[in-house]
Design a protein around this ligand. Structure first.
Ligand code: CP
Length: 309
């Protein structure tokens, strides 16, 4: 089976194919009346070992809109709490004959590990600091629909780059599609050698914002600090918070994005989050279409339909 464990390993034409497939679901999604139940008879298990609002619900909605039977496993209510290992949990899901499994886990690499153990396609819904591929796809789709193209767009990703799987997957997707990517963070929250990913690092947000077409803000992931330096909310807002005044440095019609969950008043002011230039709710909407496309494309082979382009 082909899995979606990350953007890494995808060819640019495969990313574009998934975006085109997702784009095809947007209009139908707005009517909520989707008669095409192509996943009918399939069982989708969402196994979430970490909290989620957007990703879990949009995978559930995506599966149901296409006719799949959707089962959600929340780790907090599962036998994981009784000491069951990740592999044993995966083997249990496999024995129930799931047709597709979606996994969120706090450990980088956990999803790839499970993908190697089960007999169905596995999709990564975010693993530790590694990747969150469907988030990057929904972000790319939002940019493409709003700006008309991704190639040549100056995208500034600002916040806790070090701990962010969203930043990593977005860097991989956006550079593959020829965007100009700038990353901005305090030195303590910037991965060493990030230039090797084809991006330009900045520690000064005002400089990074010059001429930006897209400004993508990320929250500080206090839960992943492991004893490291945690900036105070006030200090972070002063140097890296996106305010209306700061946004003036970006291009005149720059798009504001945030994967959520937002910490209003820390990395982004409410006036910016709720501004006409903000695409934050559109990102959530694109999330359903992207997850429909991914579930469809990845199960095509098992449904006897031609697979990837
Ligand atoms: N953006 C995102 O992954 O949000 P959730 O953690 O709510 O799924």
């Amino acid at each position: 089976h082909r899995h979606l464990t990350g953007i890494e390993g995808l060819q640019p034409h495969e990313i574009v194919f998934l975006l085109d497939e997702a784009d095809g679901w947007v209009a139908a999604n707005r009517t909520r009346a989707i008669s095409d139940k192509r996943l009918g008879g399939l069982t989708l298990i969402n196994a979430f070992f970490e909290n989620s609002t957007r990703t879990l619900l949009s995978f559930e909605i995506a599966g149901k809109r296409l006719g799949a039977d959707v089962i959600n496993m929340h780790a907090a209510q599962s036998s994981v709490k009784k000491g069951e290992t990740l592999i044993d949990t995966a083997m249990t899901l496999n024995a129930m004959r799931a047709d597709v499994i979606v996994i969120r886990h706090m450990s980088s690499g956990a999803v790839r590990l499970i993908a190697g153990k089960v007999d169905c396609p596995v999709l990564n819904a975010g693993d530790g600091q590694h990747e969150h591929p469907t988030q990057a796809l929904l972000d790319a789709l939002t940019i493409r629909r709003r700006r008309g193209t991704i190639a040549g767009q100056r995208v500034v990703i600002c916040g806790d780059i070090l701990h962010s799987r969203v930043a990593r997957s977005n860097i991989l997707a956006l550079t593959a599609l020829a965007a100009e990517v700038r990353v901005c963070a305090p030195a303590t929250l910037m991965p060493e050698g990030i230039e090797r990913m084809g991006v330009t690092p900045f520690t000064d947000f005002d400089t990074a914002l010059e001429g930006a077409d897209v400004v993508m803000m990320l929250r500080v992931q206090n839960e992943r600090m492991a004893g490291g330096f945690i900036p105070s909310n006030r200090e972070f807002h002063l140097r890296y918070g996106l305010t209306l005044k700061r946004l003036e440095r970006a291009g005149p019609d720059a798009l504001v994005m945030h994967p959520g969950p937002m910490n209003r008043g820390v990395e982004i002011d409410s006036a910016v989050a709720d501004h006409a230039r903000s695409a934050i709710t559109e990102q959530v909407e694109m999330g359903v279409a992207v997850r429909m496309a991914c579930l469809d494309v990845l199960t095509r082979r098992s449904r006897g339909v031609a697979g990837w382009a």
